[in-house]
Design a binder for this molecule. Structure first.
Ligand SMILES: NC(=O)c1ccc[n+]([C@@H]2O[C@H](COP(=O)([O-])OP(=O)(O)OC[C@H]3O[C@@H](n4cnc5c(N)ncnc54)[C@H](OP(=O)(O)O)[C@@H]3O)[C@@H](O)[C@H]2O)c1
Length: 277
């Protein structure tokens, strides 16, 4: 990609989008950050907002919200991909999730609309522990989830962002599907123990039923839509089907994936400083 290339980052204020946008800019790519708060605004629920954001872009990073696995998401994502191609984009990186029937249907529909796309089919994000719904319970010292001994190869979003940028700036990744995982599967209890060790804070893990989990989220004021999304995640994705480690990061970047221990060390050192401040 030349210095003058333009990339649109959809979901630019999110966990992956902000990393992708920052890395693209470091490489001299002109970045259009898009979300419902950007100007011009981009809203998945309002297709009339799409063209003004995408028009003229060479590459598109597509992080669908709230989740590519939700009903209707495949059709919407494919429609946006088709528009991007019509408007001249030649590269598209689609963020997706492993083991999700609807997400895999979205991948196929986006591939039909935009055959050169690269799919980033990700494991459960490590950053869910410090940038999402696991943060508050973890900092309070007790994480309770409806998962017992299922292991998950949590993927570091710095790796995901690096793969996305490679796909958006080089033709070498056109048409590829990368299954992106960390190099090691951990249970949630093991992950919490690593976060506790790295931060020096006491943290425990406690498995609970799906119903108790949903009730605790409702008591904290979470919306029904968000609770349904988490119910879906814990029943559809975290049942062991995704426990296997893959070498997708190595295939895409030619180096091993980042271990959860290194992610925990980065986050833990920040939390440890906060605790003594
Ligand atoms: N969490 C996981 O472990 C995991 C694993 C695999 C795949 N995924 C996939 O990751 C995707 C989410 O990516 P992420 O975690 O980077 O994002 P995120 O942190 O959940 O943030 C969502 C982003 O989308 C924007 N957004 C929300 N609603 C929107 C709408 N109606 N129209 C346009 N933009 C909207 C938000 O900005 P505004 O609110 O400002 O609009 C924000 O930039 C989902 O498709 C999910 O399936 C997640």
């Amino acid at each position: 990609m030349s210095q003058q290339s333009t990339a649109v980052v959809l979901g630019a204020t999110g966990k992956t989008g902000r990393r992708v946008a920052a890395r693209l800019e470091q490489q001299g790519v002109e970045v259009r950050r898009a979300s419902r708060g950007s100007s011009p605004r981009f809203d998945w629920e309002d297709p009339s907002t799409w063209a003004p954001v995408i028009d003229g872009a060479d590459a598109v990073y597509m992080a669908f919200a709230p989740d590519l696995g939700m009903p209707g998401a495949p059709e919407t994502a494919a429609r946006a991909a088709e528009l991007a191609r019509t408007l001249g984009a030649t590269r598209l990186a689609l963020l997706s999730g492993r083991g999700e029937t609807e997400a895999q249907r979205a991948e196929a529909m986006v591939a039909q609309a935009f055959p050169e796309r690269t799919v980033l089919r990700c494991a459960f994000f490590a950053q869910n522990f410090d940038e999402s719904f696991l943060l508050e319970p973890l900092r309070a010292g007790m994480l309770a989830l409806p998962v017992t001994d299922v292991a998950e190869p949590f993927v570091d979003l710095e790796d995901v962002a690096e793969v996305a940028v490679a796909a958006l700036t080089s033709d070498a990744h056109a048409g590829r599907i990368y299954e992106l995982t960390g190099p090691r599967s951990l249970t949630f209890a093991e992950a919490v123990a690593e976060m506790s060790g790295a931060s020096g804070r006491p943290m425990r893990y406690h498995p609970i039923s799906l119903e108790d989990f949903a009730a605790s989220l409702a008591a904290e004021g979470m919306s029904t839509g968000e609770i349904d999304l988490l119910r879906y995640l814990f029943t559809e994705v975290l049942d062991g089907r995704n426990s296997m480690v893959t070498d997708g990061v190595e295939q895409a970047l030619g180096r091993p994936a980042t271990d959860f221990r290194d992610y925990a060390a980065r986050v833990g050192s920040t939390w440890a400083v906060e605790a003594t401040a």
